[in-house]
Ligand binder design. Structure first.
Ligand code: GLY
Length: 569
């Protein structure tokens, strides 16, 4: 992950010194923050932001813009997301005063087995679920986009794909993080002739920044999907090429898996925080539950009195994260396969008990923390956020999991297939790519959805749109989203500062408190170490894309830590 080098300390609205990530020489605040009266778009890519705005300009509604942004970002961030992956959508319809949640997450192929990644001795083999054909789960993105567009889209389907086809065919200039991903995954990607031709020079090195990345085969695949709808992906020539590539490399995905993939509509998880109503993604994401848990555990402590980035505020926040991740490892998984005790995990009395457990002056060692019995029933990924003049909001997080997913490109299609199988637990207690451990509920099973941390989140105030946000970066998504809400709502920071301020991350296991650059003050970090925190300085990889309603305007912020772009009309 890139380490930001030039740092700045600013005073912000809440009259407390807060460390803010400042623009590097290639990044300026311009482009990352915008104000608008009608539509607002914040995405992780300049071409994608423009594609979504263009769709609005063509007379499209927020769902058309969502589909256009999804296809465009698939092309512009091929290391993070793509039509070979999946995702989630949270959609707030102002007219219906309702938040809808859609799950187009990948699912395990029918031939998957619980012990498929273990040796005969029962040892885990992490690389098998991270690289190559066995890591690939059945993609859900195209089916999700198609079905959602069929229900609400206004423009013809093909018009929403047109901008992505153009970006794929004409190319976009290579940017820093994509170059870093190309170098990071070269051992895997260069073995694939087609991928090598797209992402490397003839000498096999990464292209220089600014080189046009052209994906002609992907443009052709998108044209087929534009003409034939989701069948153009799940059946016919494209499906044949996907299955042929997978079976040649001893993977499990078959035509049956593709043909039978279904998107699911789910009920969002909800919680009240300081008079606001928070809606977020339910299981198979763990994200929504834990964002709400963290906020609710912290609410009684009134962190504002300590100040942001003070020892006490960081200590309590880290402990609330640690507590939430114990629950993640214990209870979370695909609700279609195991009972996930959503109600209990968000139960007010339960959260009050967890909250009281934070009052200790010392952080607990990971081994000391055990789940508390429940009361009743039992860099990677992308995010974009949209708003329109009718007061509708979209928050969508999409992924192929690790950089360049499985590293497998379906030959002749330009599609990079995900490695979402790594989001399952190979066995109970074994860490995945993000160091997260899973429990019984997240073991592999045929047609099961792997546990996610993606947390597209929408907040309303008195039944009016208030904020929408989300981020990439695996398990860090949960803590980055929660901290942005805390910064904005509890510490009353302006949105840009709320997104930019230094973030921390604690996920129970590994037993560390990660602090990103610019680090906290020496004094605060020393005090935290005395309270038992094992501090590690590390970039967290989040890139928050947020929109807030203020005085009748949309404020959009695309995290300064990335190449994103906020733009409105
Ligand atoms: N693949 C990252 C996530 O779903 O959380």
């Amino acid at each position: 992950m890139r380490v930001l080098s030039i740092l700045l300390i600013l005073f912000v609205g809440c009259s407390t010194k807060v460390r803010i990530v400042a623009p590097t020489s290639t990044q300026t605040r311009a482009g990352h923050e915008a104000t608008a009266t009608k539509q607002m778009v914040t995405t992780q890519g300049d071409a994608t932001t423009r594609a979504a705005l263009h769709t609005f300009d063509q007379g499209g509604n927020i769902i058309d813009a969502f589909v256009a942004a999804s296809f465009a970002i698939s092309v512009e961030r091929p290391h993070s997301t793509g039509i070979g992956g999946g995702g989630f959508l949270l959609y707030y319809s102002h007219a219906a005063n309702k938040v809808y949640a859609f799950d187009f997450r990948e699912i395990a192929p029918v031939m998957s087995k619980q012990n498929m990644y273990l040796t005969k001795n029962g040892d885990s083999q992490p690389l098998l679920s991270q690289e190559g054909a066995l890591a690939v789960a059945t993609p859900g993105l195209v089916k999700g986009l198609y079905d959602i567009h069929k229900r609400w889209g206004r423009l013809p389907w093909k018009d929403t794909i047109a901008p992505a086809i153009k970006i794929a065919r004409k190319g976009f200039p290579l940017y820093e993080q994509l170059q870093e991903a190309i170098i990071d995954r070269q051992d895997l990607l260069k073995m694939d002739r087609e991928a090598r031709g797209i992402f490397y020079t003839v000498d096999g090195t990464a292209p220089v920044l600014g080189t046009l990345i052209i994906q002609e085969n992907l443009a052709k695949t998108l044209e087929i999907i534009a003409q034939e709808g989701s069948k153009g992906f799940y059946e016919g020539g494209v499906a044949n090429k996907i299955v042929k590539t997978i079976s040649a490399r001893r993977g499990l995905l078959t035509h049956k898996d593709l043909r039978e993939y279904r998107m699911k509509e789910r009920d969002p998880v909800t919680g009240q925080f300081k008079g606001l109503k928070i809606f977020s993604m339910p299981p198979p994401s763990s994200g929504g539950i834990h964002v709400i848990q963290i906020l609710k555990m912290l609410e009684p402590y009134k962190l504002k009195k300590f100040g942001p980035q003070s020892t006490q505020a960081v200590h309590l926040t880290a402990m609330s994260m640690q507590r939430a991740f114990v629950d993640r490892a214990t209870y979370l998984g695909d609700p279609d396969f195991n009972t996930v005790p959503v109600k209990s995990l968000l139960d007010e009395k339960y959260l009050a008990t967890l909250s009281k457990s934070l009052s200790s002056d010392k952080v607990a060692k990971a081994t000391e923390l055990k789940p508390i019995p429940l009361p009743y029933e039992s860099s990677d990924t992308t995010h974009f956020t949209l708003a329109d003049e009718e007061g509708n909001l979209v928050a969508s997080t999409q992924t192929i999991n690790g950089w360049f997913g499985s590293g497998v490109m379906a030959q002749g299609t330009g599609i990079i297939l995900n490695n979402e199988m790594d989001d399952f637990a190979q066995k109970v207690g074994v860490q995945n790519l993000f160091g997260a451990v899973g429990g019984n509920n997240n073991l592999v099973a045929p047609r099961k959805r792997p546990l996610s941390s993606m947390s597209p989140t929408i907040i309303t105030k008195n039944n009016e749109p208030y904020m929408a946000l989300g981020s990439p970066s695996g398990t860090r998504i949960i803590t980055c989203v929660a901290q942005t809400i805390l910064n904005s709502v509890e510490f009353e920071m302006p949105l840009y500062e709320a997104v930019s301020a230094t973030r921390i991350h604690q996920q129970w296991q590994p037993d560390t408190l990660k602090i990103e650059s610019p680090f906290l003050t020496e004094r605060v970090e020393k005090d935290l170490a005395e309270k038992g925190h094992n501090i590690v300085h590390e970039s967290l990889g989040c890139s928050i894309q947020a929109i807030k309603r203020e005085n009748g305007l949309w404020i959009g912020v695309s995290d300064i830590r990335g190449e994103g772009h906020a733009l409105g009309r």
